[in-house]
Design a binder for this molecule. Structure first.
Ligand code: FES
Ligand code: FES
Length: 159
């Protein structure tokens, strides 16, 4: 299969790479770019959301996107959220509310919450659950994630 060259931005850094076109974005992130935060918890079937990253601000399952589809795209991965070595407020809230246990789902869930809050700064509980509906967690359930989102919203409101 002939290779393609794709240019895109990851966490603010312009990136160009050559690949066969039908590799998944998840594989390229993990294997070529060393960004291993996004996970595969369902065999790349689009069922778990552990591979969630943002493409142009929208959450996508990176296991379902071929690298050839992201030309000129602007990607944000969990590695792009930490601020100068400090947890992003969403990451910190997940830790502080106990929304992290094994942590396997966490990067994807945090990215889903990031997209949710960016789009709707004051989501209702139903909107939070809907925003997380594509992210399976086998450990904590969702109540603590909802708590984490409320913590982020409250902190933002209190400046
Ligand atoms: S690896 Fe499960 S949805 Fe992508
Ligand atoms: S914390 Fe273990 S799967 Fe969510």
């Amino acid at each position: 299969m002939s290779k393609i060259t794709v240019s895109f931005t990851v966490n603010g850094k312009k990136t160009t790479l050559t690949s066969i076109p039908n590799r998944t974005l998840l594989d390229v992130l993990r294997e070529d770019l060393g960004l291993t935060g996004a996970k595969d918890a369902c065999g790349g079937e689009g069922e778990c959301g552990a591979c969630t990253v943002l493409l142009d601000g929208k959450p996508i399952n990176s296991c379902l996107v071929f690298i050839g589809q992201i030309e000129s795209g602007n990607l944000t991965t969990i590695e792009g959220l930490a601020l100068k070595g400090h947890y992003h407020p969403i990451q910190r809230a997940f830790v502080e509310t106990g929304a992290v246990q094994c942590g396997y789902c966490t990067p994807g869930a945090v990215m889903a919450v990031k997209a949710l809050i960016d789009n709707s700064p004051h989501p209702s509980d139903d909107e939070i659950r809907e925003g997380l509906s594509g992210n399976l967690c086998r450990c904590t359930g969702y109540n603590k994630m909802v708590d984490a989102v409320h913590q982020v919203i409250n902190e933002a409101s209190n400046g």
